[in-house]
Design a protein around this ligand. Structure first.
Ligand code: MN
Length: 280
């Protein structure tokens, strides 16, 4: 059974045109979980904290995955895609060689909540053609059993195939564990694995087998071999579960560009400033 390698709370950050968010992966406390480069939790009941959104900006060299829990975000990009991501929907975007897009809240009141996860690509895939997968909530099948429900966004779980088509061995689940139930799942030994609890709490064990609670707003890195067991208490829990095969390549990242070398990042900036980031 895997055990707790590290526990990290999200730290407040500001991105886009002033959106307040919680950065969970991609902070000094947790630089990355190869192949996952970044995890942000965004949103609150206060529109002032998010209404400015993410106006037009570029990406190159990786994938962005947006998971909406509440609210509506309008998306438009340089490939010509456009749409609204609503509660329960996921957008899996492969920036590849380059994309310029905007991500803007659709309404000015109510609650907005969701996540953005960045998945790295290996050097040989960094410059592939951009791709956008609009994964509607109804297309995301759920695997249920033992008091837990896992919406299979990507990868495969309990025989249920993920709705998003992935380029790399990556699994992403949105899991609800009922009160006093446990969620158990196998994970390939070579994969990195984390959970991010966004409601309630789950109990895992440390390397000595002692119980540790992982509460809402906390990421737990689960290391070791075999599967994962997450026990929920009386409040139950909701969490993101992710595992993936580490890419183990050098990383040069700056803002919206994640490449293998500094020269490649420099080139991305130059291409963007010359209006050549997006190949026609
Ligand atoms: Mn973006």
């Amino acid at each position: 059974m895997r055990y707790l390698g590290k526990k990290v709370a999200g730290v407040p950050a500001t991105d886009g045109a002033g959106v307040k968010l919680k950065r969970v992966i991609g902070s000094p406390a947790l630089d990355m979980v190869d192949p996952f480069l970044m995890l942000d939790e965004f949103g609150s009941d206060d529109p002032a904290s998010w209404i400015a959104g993410f106006p037009e900006h570029p990406h190159r060299g990786f994938e962005t995955v947006t998971i909406m829990l509440d609210g509506r975000v309008k998306h438009a990009d340089s490939v010509g895609n456009q749409g609204v991501i609503e509660a329960g929907d996921v957008q899996w975007m492969t920036a590849g060689s380059g994309i310029i897009h905007s991500e803007m809240p659709e309404r000015a009141e109510g609650r907005l909540r969701g996540f953005q996860l960045w998945v790295n690509l290996p050097g040989k895939l960094k410059m592939i053609a951009p791709r956008y997968q609009d994964v509607r909530a109804e297309r995301i099948a759920a695997a249920t059993g033992n008091g837990a429900t896992a919406r299979v966004i990507a990868g495969e779980a309990f025989g249920v195939k993920g709705a998003a088509d992935t380029l790399m061995p990556v699994r992403l689940l949105d899991v609800k564990v009922d009160a006093n139930a446990a969620f158990e799942i196998d994970v390939p030994d070579e994969h990195a694995c984390f959970i991010y609890v966004y409601e309630g709490a789950v109990r895992v064990t440390d390397r000595n087998g002692n119980p540790v609670d992982v509460v809402s707003g906390t990421l737990a890195l689960l290391v070791g071999n075999d599967g994962v067991r997450l026990e929920a208490g009386e409040s139950g829990a909701k969490l993101l579960f992710a595992d993936g095969k580490p890419i183990r390549e050098p990383i040069a990242r700056y803002g919206p560009f994640v490449m293998n070398t500094r020269e490649e990042v420099q080139k991305a900036f130059e291409d963007y400033s010359r209006g050549e980031l997006v190949s026609a």
